[in-house]
Design a protein around this ligand. Structure first.
Ligand code: GLY
Length: 248
């Protein structure tokens, strides 16, 4: 699958992503690598990623407890402390391996540690592949207020490998599919029609559908990176969902 060029960073798919990641490691003089995971991706995804990484550098795994309730500044403080204790510096590389909570929080941690270090997203859920990892939004919740604290800052690359979806429960897949449907609804009638009868979707073609969804998300973000116009349409559904979640 062709690499998608976003604003200042590439989005790679499957095997090509690991080749690009290893090339990136040889071309940059990083001091060490921190892989941020949550308790789920540490258990189910990390062992899939590690064999691909070719490096002499010290690789440290930094885990936090999975769950939206941990997407807060307290978790960031813990991670900033761990990075400091383990010798993190301005030439450290952060790799965020996980769903939207990990990529949002890990991107924020990396964007603020030492005034910003390089980071790479490797999304592991369908929703984070087609939405959270693309577009440079990073942040955490403040109490019940979703994504109240954050920055827009792009990663060095995004690596989408659909093998991680094997680790994802069905209900997580559904929220990703709903997001893809929304991409069709707001941007591409033909793509939307493919989703109208969900029973006819060929899941062998899921890679192609994910690819189109990432293209749509990226096209929208490129037109409106700081969410002044069309990007607001992507919040349709999230805003209501976040309000309901916040209330309860
Ligand atoms: N998740 C909505 C956006 O990235 O704009």
């Amino acid at each position: 699958m062709q690499t998608i060029q976003a604003n200042n960073y590439p989005i790679y798919f499957n095997e090509k992503g690991y080749e690009a990641l290893n090339l990136h490691l040889t071309q940059n003089k990083y001091s060490n690598i921190f892989i941020i995971v949550d308790s789920n991706t540490n258990e189910f995804c990390l062992s899939k990623l590690l064999p691909y990484i070719e490096t002499e550098l010290n690789v440290e795994i930094v885990e936090f407890e999975a769950g939206e309730e941990n997407k807060n500044i307290e978790t960031c403080v813990e991670i900033w402390k761990v990075l400091t204790e383990l010798g993190g510096d301005r030439k450290s590389l952060v790799i965020n391996l996980g769903g939207g909570v990990v990529t949002d929080l890990g991107g924020f941690v990396a964007s603020t540690f030492k005034r910003g270090v390089d980071f790479i997203h490797i999304p592991t859920t369908l929703l984070s592949m087609v939405d959270a990892s693309v577009g440079g939004k990073n942040g955490v919740d403040l109490g019940n207020l979703k994504n109240q604290i954050g920055v827009i800052n792009v990663p060095n690359m995004v690596l989408i490998d659909t093998q991680y979806l094997e680790t994802v429960p069905q209900n997580e897949m559904r929220s990703g599919l709903a997001e893809m449907l929304k991409h069709g609804l707001i941007y591409d009638k033909k793509y939307w029609e493919e989703f109208l009868d969900i029973s006819t979707i060929n899941f062998d073609d899921l890679d192609e559908l994910i690819y189109r969804s990432v293209e749509i998300k990226n096209e929208i973000v490129k037109q409106d990176p700081t969410e002044k116009n069309i990007r607001k349409a992507l919040n349709f559904g999230h805003t209501l969902g976040h309000a309901i979640e916040g209330y309860f």
